[in-house]
Design a protein around this ligand. Structure first.
Ligand SMILES: Nc1ncnc2c1ncn2[C@@H]1O[C@H](COP(=O)(O)OP(=O)(O)OP(=O)(O)O)[C@@H](O)[C@H]1O
Length: 254
């Protein structure tokens, strides 16, 4: 078996006195997309933030998080990013008052050559809209900018939090297509609630429930078991024959 790019072991996170993660353990394969699933509020974002060293000041993370064997826990975020951890947060966090080009320039890392060619090949619109203020971009375009600026630098692993949240169906499909291409060259740990997107992208799945890992295995296996999906996620997985739920339809909201 190939060594995982990331190993999380017995991760516990307490925030403001709440024990949110209670000994979470899972691995991320060195290729493809691993999806982190679970009902609302179960701790998916908390997990990604712990990995990238962003547990809030009133919180505490313990356990072990290793990327390529090196321990990440306790290291400051800027060092983790320099070590190749790319993070696309849930709310995109683009600088609304700056232009697209300025947002990208801010992501450049000293001492390395930013991969503008790669980013503009994936997102031609970011090139065309270089002088537009990021705050006036559509939600989908802001998401592309948030992903694009992370891809300016080399990454060993990408953490992507709910990239399709709140987007129109057509844009959900565009974001999924882009992530599919991105995942050809860098492994991705993805938090995603849209099961059509999960079905399309994910090879492996990890499901959180009650502060722990409730299920881990092949994403296709999880989605093929309607009862299992319903009990773990509280949603149906579409039909049993592999017909994708139409992109953009959030089954969890039905
Ligand atoms: N800074 C914080 N202060 C207090 N509670 C927090 C904080 N951050 C997260 N929590 C709590 O931790 C729990 C897990 O939150 P988290 O955002 O990780 O869940 P999630 O699985 O990503 O949810 P969703 O699917 O709704 O985005 C929630 O109950 C949340 O209210």
């Amino acid at each position: 078996m190939t060594a995982p790019v990331l190993s999380v072991e017995d991760l516990s996170v307490r925030i403001a006195g709440l024990h949110i993660l209670q000994g979470v353990s899972f691995t991320v394969a060195p290729t493809g997309v691993t999806v982190l699933l679970g009902r609302n509020g179960v701790g998916k974002t908390t997990t990604l933030r712990a990995i990238v060293g962003l547990t809030p000041r009133n919180g505490e993370a313990s356990g072990s998080i290793r990327m390529d064997g090196g321990d990440l826990l306790g290291r400051p975020t800027h060092r983790l990013v320099r070590a190749g951890l790319g993070y696309v947060p849930e709310d995109r966090d683009v600088f609304a008052g700056l232009t697209v080009a300025e947002n990208l320039r801010l992501a450049e890392r000293r001492g390395t050559t930013p991969a503008y060619d790669k980013v503009f090949a994936l997102f031609p619109e970011l090139d065309r809209r270089g002088r537009q203020r990021a705050g006036s971009l559509s939600g989908g375009q802001q998401q592309m900018l948030a992903i694009g600026r992370v891809l300016l630098n080399d990454n060993r692993l990408l953490l992507v939090d709910e990239p399709t949240k709140g987007l129109a169906p057509k844009v959900v499909t565009e974001v999924a297509e882009v992530l599919e291409r991105v995942a050809e060259s860098v492994p991705v740990l993805l938090v995603e609630q849209n099961l059509a997107v999960v079905r399309r992208l994910a090879r492996d799945a990890v499901v959180l429930a009650a502060g722990r890992v409730a299920w881990a295995g092949a994403a296709a296996e999880l989605l093929a078991e309607a009862e299992l999906t319903r009990s773990l996620l509280g949603v149906g997985s579409g039909d049993h024959h592999g017909t994708p739920t139409p992109a953009g339809v959030r089954k969890d909201e039905s």
